[in-house]
Design a protein around this ligand. Structure first.
Ligand SMILES: *Cc1c(COP(=O)(O)O)cnc(C)c1O
Length: 361
């Protein structure tokens, strides 16, 4: 039994966006990032639709396990590596490539050197994000130790950008410079720098591999533009049915806490979606919702199971009509900017209560 609140996915949009990555970075191989359950879309189905990527990047062993359990045999990269020897062994068992971003991880790998001959290690360097990664001056020592574990294998270096969606600042250029200087000292090295914003705005960062996530799902990595404006196709359409309609007299208030007051007699539609479905409770009045072929404003606070919208200005709204919270008519990025967040957060917080629909393969 479905209550009609659905996230409907379009695999052809994923494939289209992957082609955008290939057109922007034609020489690079692609780690398609499918962490956080494929940015809320479903990691397995996303990876299946993205079979033309060169591998998949995830944040945790559990995410890697989910892909392997579904029979996905492609390369998988653990972006944060592992914590402790048990996880390191699991990574080998699952056939994952792994990031190494600190001494403790390297020490674990050294202690199990005989078991990781074929594991690809990506040494993560902190060039300015200051979240994960070894310091630039530690790189020669780490490279030497990794080569001692895996003689004859290519050395792989990666780094992550802090503000690649702000091309007007020079910080990304500084990060690229620092990284390239290190890379020059390592012969036969494979390099990976770019997230989606790097793919789109920093061709100098494309190198051997790129790691796009959000752009594959058709949402924007920033640039004060929506995914649609950046030429991407949204993969998720989030919809909810109209479950009640009423007319509220001028002067009355709608919803909890009397936040919104009708300034005229107002036609109010109640939709079957709320914060229990992942629609943010802090969405303000006037956050847009797509209904009846146009934008209508959210009015009143978001409840757990419902929201209310003002449909006074549209003709013929009926019970059961489907409203789009975001999708191809209304970019998730436009909604996010009203709410003071980013498309990344809205997509990843869609809750399990929402039916996630993929067309049958
Ligand atoms: C999430 C993540 C990405 C993808 O970033 P997008 O902005 O979604 O393209 C790339 N690299 C790392 C290390 C990440 O954690």
């Amino acid at each position: 039994m479905s209550r009609g609140t659905c996230a409907t996915m379009d695999p052809s949009a994923l494939q289209y966006n992957l082609q955008r990555v290939k057109a922007l970075a034609p020489k690079a191989r692609i780690w398609a990032v499918v962490k956080a359950d494929g940015y809320g879309h479903g990691a397995v189905q996303a990876a299946q639709a993205l079979h033309q990527a060169d591998g998949f990047a995830v944040a945790s062993l559990a995410e890697a396990q989910t892909l392997r359990d579904a029979g996905i045999e492609a390369s998988i990269l653990l972006l944060e590596g592992t914590l402790g020897p048990l996880q390191a062994l699991d990574a080998v068992r699952l056939g994952c490539d792994t990031a190494v971003h600190q001494t403790e991880q390297l020490a674990v790998l050294e202690a199990m050197a005989d078991r990781i001959e074929r594991q690809v290690i990506w040494l993560k360097v902190d060039t300015g994000m200051h979240r994960l990664g070894v310091n630039p001056e530690q790189v020669p020592d780490f490279v030497r130790r990794i080569q001692a574990i895996q003689p004859g294998q290519a050395v792989n270096l990666m780094t992550h950008f802090a503000s690649a969606d702000q091309p007007e600042t020079s910080y990304t250029a500084l990060q690229i410079d620092r990284f390239n200087q290190l890379a020059q000292a390592v012969p036969g090295v494979q390099l990976c720098l770019a997230n989606s914003a790097g793919v789109m705005a920093w061709p100098d960062s494309h190198a051997d591999w790129v790691r796009p996530g959000i752009m594959l799902y058709g949402a924007s990595p920033g640039f004060a533009k929506t995914g649609l404006e950046l030429g991407l196709r949204p993969v998720m359409q989030l919809t909810a049915p109209v479950i009640a309609l009423r007319t509220v007299p001028a002067g009355d208030w709608v919803g909890y806490g009397a936040r919104w007051q009708a300034s005229r007699p107002s036609r109010i539609a109640t939709l079957a979606i709320g914060y229990g479905d992942g629609y943010p409770r802090h969405a303000p009045d006037n956050t847009p919702v797509w209904l009846g072929g146009q934008r209508v404003p959210l009015v009143g606070k978001v409840s757990m199971d419902m929201i209310t919208v003002d449909v006074t200005d549209i003709a013929n709204v009926q019970l059961g009509d489907s409203a789009e919270l975001w999708g191809e008519h209304l970019s998730v990025d436009e909604v996010a900017s009203h709410i003071g967040t980013v498309g990344y957060e809205l997509l990843t917080r869609v809750s399990p209560r929402v039916d996630k629909k993929w067309p049958d393969a």
